[in-house]
Write a protein that binds this ligand. Structure first.
Ligand code: KIV
Ligand code: ZN
Length: 513
């Protein structure tokens, strides 16, 4: 049974936009970060960490933009324990309804000696003075002892106690390298609670990485030991093997409320749509057997199981798909479906589209329904995403053709229309149809970005499925993602490439860092 008071509310601190986004292959552009931030707000997280303002001008700009939009939860900016970082955090969070400065400094011997080249006393002094500094202009300050699990527990208690005295409202205990095991982690949290001066005045948080696949187990074990806040990410994205997955932590606590005597404020019916959005914007697929949000999480294959579920759902299901926002009713919509059916489906899927976005998505749905008999939920999701996170098009696809075969190279012809009205057509040779077309596009736009990732898949099974292409490009040290969907795989590739190019052109033209 858990320690401490019963029926507690555990705070959820989401760091998808910071720890998640900093993982390789998970970068998002500004528009995508804003879409994710709006979703997290709807999901009901208590805190969203929007970025690391001092790490780059781009991060500062995105934290600023999110701080100006999100009003229903705290927005945190990560800062090293340095005045210049805290100043950047202050600037980025100026427009936030509930700003939080999150300061971190490593406390483990290996980090202090080799990375920081500081003595424990210097670390202690710097931690306390940076909390004091941040407190001058931000009442909500969190202090994290990086690599806390591999630190001397008494040193962590001392530094936490001093940080609380200096004004930290939250102290965070990370297992930065994912080294802990659950019993041991819970015991450590108990120790911290028992030995940190004035701990009752602060929120005790945990932040677990998944290097041994134990991030969720450790986070939940910490809750039983009295932790008040869990830091986590959607789909568990994050540095290396990732962070604790928000959906697993939240549903673990909710489904086993009887055991934990605790809950969170998360609206769990928003979980699936949030997971899908993060997967779509990062291009990082969710494994089919992933707990809570994987494609197979509620699929019953074995006959005995199917029979059991039909007779009484609880025989093999401990939570309903609806409780995490997965519609059980897979109503078919297609060519003959009207606007009401379409809007109902959007609602069932937890997707938001109104005004102009809804008009555009509905028109695209009608086009698609003309080509495909049945439009799947994934198709609809892709349409909404394509419109909601789209940036203004500098280059629009007008026409394309490829010529290819087993004995020849390929030639690609493309005509693009620029925003200013001029049209450009070019033919290029290449190793294959995609290579030839991408080369032609590069010649038209006058830039030669590096293609870092090109991935093609099918949205659903079957030969009538739409092709979905994901690309990542790099130019001048910066990175952009693009997605494209079409019933033709070459066209989906062109659309993906152009969407990355348009993000690049838009951000460069707008002078976004
Ligand atoms: O893993 C970690 O220690 C972190 C801190 C910055 C909180 O991400
Ligand atoms: Zn981390």
């Amino acid at each position: 049974m858990p320690d401490g008071p019963q029926n507690r509310i555990i705070r959820i601190f989401d760091t998808t936009l910071r720890d998640g986004e900093q993982a390789p292959g998970c970068s998002m552009n500004l528009q995508e970060k804003i879409e994710v931030a709006k979703r997290l707000e709807k999901l009901g997280v208590d805190v969203m960490e929007a970025g690391f303002p001092a790490s780059s001008p781009g991060d500062l700009a995105s934290v600023k933009a999110i701080a100006g939009i999100v009003k229903d939860c705290a927005v945190a900016g990560l800062c090293r324990s340095l005045e210049k970082d805290i100043d950047a955090g202050k600037e980025a969070l100026a427009g936030a309804a509930f700003p939080r400065i999150h300061i971190f400094l490593a406390t483990s011997p290996i980090h202090m000696e080799h990375k920081l080249k500081m003595t424990p006393e210097q670390v202690f002094e710097q931690a306390v003075s940076s909390v004091r500094y941040a407190k001058k202009f931000c009442s909500d300050v969190e202090f994290s002892a990086e690599d806390a699990f591999r630190s001397d527990p008494d040193f962590v208690c001392r530094i936490f106690g001093a940080a609380i005295k200096a004004g930290a409202l939250t102290v965070n205990f990370p297992d930065t390298v994912g080294y802990a095991v659950p019993d041991e982690f819970a015991a450590r949290i108990r120790y911290i609670k028992e030995h940190t001066p004035c701990i009752e005045k602060a929120v005790l948080s945990v932040h677990c990485h998944n290097d041994l696949g134990l991030a969720v187990a450790n986070s939940i074990a910490a809750v039983t030991a009295g932790a008040d806040q869990v830091e986590c990410t959607i789909n568990g994205i994050g540095e290396r093997a990732g962070n604790a997955s928000l959906e697993e932590v939240v549903m673990g606590i909710r489904v086993r409320k009887d055991y934990f005597a605790a809950d969170t404020r998360i609206d769990s019916t928003q979980i699936y749509a949030t997971s899908r959005l993060v997967s779509q914007v990062t291009g990082v697929k969710v494994q089919p057997n992933k707990a809570v949000v994987g494609d197979n999480a509620f699929a019953h294959e074995a006959g005995i199981h199917q029979h059991g579920v039909l007779v009484k759902r609880e025989t093999y299901e401990i939570m309903t798909p609806e409780s995490v926002g997965i519609p059980r009713n897979r109503m078919v919509i297609g060519k003959h479906s009207g606007r009401h059916a379409f809007e109902d489906r959007l609602k069932d899927l937890g997707l938001q589209a109104d005004g102009e976005t809804l008009e555009l998505v509905f028109a695209q749905f009608k086009d698609l329904a003309d080509k495909k008999k049945v439009v799947s939920d994934r198709d609809i999701e892709a349409l909404v995403m394509g419109v909601a996170a789209a940036v203004p098009e500098t280059w629009k696809l007008d026409h394309w053709a490829v010529n290819t075969g087993s004995a020849l190279g390929a030639s690609g012809t493309i005509r693009l229309q620029h925003r200013d009205g001029r049209s450009k057509k070019l033919v290029s040779m290449g190793d294959g149809p995609i290579d030839s077309i991408f080369r032609a596009i590069n010649s038209i736009i006058g830039k030669d970005p590096e293609l870092e990732l090109y991935e093609i898949g099918a949205i659903t099974g079957g030969s009538s499925s739409q092709g979905e292409t994901m690309v990542k490009i790099a130019w001048d040290g910066r990175h952009w993602n693009g997605r494209g969907v079409s019933t033709d795989v070459i066209e989906s590739s062109i659309k993906a490439y152009l969407s990355a190019i348009n993000s690049m052109e838009w951000e460069l033209a707008a002078g976004l860092p």
